[in-house]
Design a protein around this ligand. Structure first.
Ligand code: RAM
Length: 329
């Protein structure tokens, strides 16, 4: 072998070794969502990809069941344990049902956090709330009440009955109902974050409560389906559909008047922040009360006594700003 060939071969072997060790160093973070096919989570995945790009040595595994069940998520978690991922960041369909599988993951050395929709304390190292739960609870009722000068009936169209985040927000909303005299909550129904079931539940509310003034849907799937149901029933102007939605999905409803206004935080930022937290904990940051853990461009999360932190405040969208945001998320 000529000297030059020898050098080249050595370089090639060195590069191959470097290649191997670089991929062995890759941190694999699984973003487990309530279900695939939900725009909100797809936006969060964009943020996760952005964080991965910034960190350089991260691979994101975007995954979840086909519908919003805890059973589906448990299967996904078990398969991620078998694959030996480094971290799992989950938005849970049920706070308790997924905890044993996640505990098993932690026992195997996998970092586990929840984000968006939380897991019971024993099943995760920390939880990232999008925003303060009391603030979201107050925001969703205020969005309805502000357009009901004479008061009247409102109903909630939620996601699943076991969904951690929606249940907390609805509880927080109920705590402040006294601040909105004359506004009566007549029913809470569940569309399971499925478009067709949410649509039918909204139709059911209109049939059962003919005087309904607002449907509050604290879910991006529910608000979109309910605005469609109200539109199809010819009830624009009679029933205002509000809650939490994506500007990209709600632009038509705002334009038509089916929805006067709605709120949301930035789901891209949420997926980005959850990824940064997972990475930092996987790399050694300790999730404990009082700890400050980096979230990249989103600053630091300061953990409370339950190892929870909140990202940012929700923002309200209406005719004045929806055009600007509908192409963002
Ligand atoms: C749906 C999901 C998600 C929730 C948003 C507002 O996309 O239920 O968990 O945070 O709505």
């Amino acid at each position: 072998m000529s000297v030059i060939k020898k050098v080249l071969t050595t370089v090639a072997i060195g590069a191959a070794l470097m290649g191997t060790s670089a991929s062995a160093d890759t941190t694999r973070i699984a973003l487990v969502v309530k279900a695939l096919g939900i725009g909100f989570f797809e936006a969060a995945n964009k943020g996760a990809q952005e964080a991965a790009k910034e960190l350089g040595d991260v691979e994101i595994i975007y995954t979840g069941p086909t519908d919003t069940t805890a059973e589906g998520q448990i299967e996904v978690i078990n398969s991620l344990i078998a694959q030996g991922v480094d971290a799992i960041a989950i938005s849970a369909n049920d706070p308790d049902a997924v905890a044993p599988a996640l505990k098993k993951a932690m026992d195997r050395g996998i970092t586990v956090i929840s984000w968006d929709s939380g897991v019971a304390k024993e099943g995760r190292q920390m939880h990232l709330n999008p925003s303060s739960a009391p603030l979201i609870g107050n925001t969703i009722i205020k969005l309805a009440a502000d357009h009901m000068p004479d008061g009247g009936d409102v109903a909630v169209l939620s996601a699943t009955a076991t969904s951690t985040n929606q249940n907390i927000w609805i509880d927080e909303m109920k705590k402040v109902m006294g601040n909105y005299p004359g506004v009566n909550l007549v029913a809470t129904v569940y569309g399971d974050d499925l478009a067709d079931k949410s649509y039918r539940e909204a139709q059911g509310l209109m049939a059962t409560y003919p005087d309904l003034k607002a449907i509050i849907a604290p879910t991006t799937v529910g608000i979109l389906a309910a605005s469609q149901a109200v539109t199809d029933a010819g009830k624009i102007g009679q029933i205002n559909v509000t809650g939490l939605g994506l500007p990209s999905e709600m632009a038509g409803a705002v334009e038509s008047g089916a929805t006067i206004s709605f709120a949301i935080w930035n789901p891209i930022d949420l997926g980005y922040a959850a990824t940064m937290l997972s990475y930092n904990i996987a790399k050694g940051a300790t999730a404990e009360p009082g700890a400050k853990i980096g979230m990249g461009r989103m600053g630091e999360a300061t953990l409370d006594e339950n190892n929870e932190a909140a990202m940012s405040d929700p923002f309200t969208y209406d005719k004045s700003n929806i055009e600007e945001f509908k192409s963002v998320f």
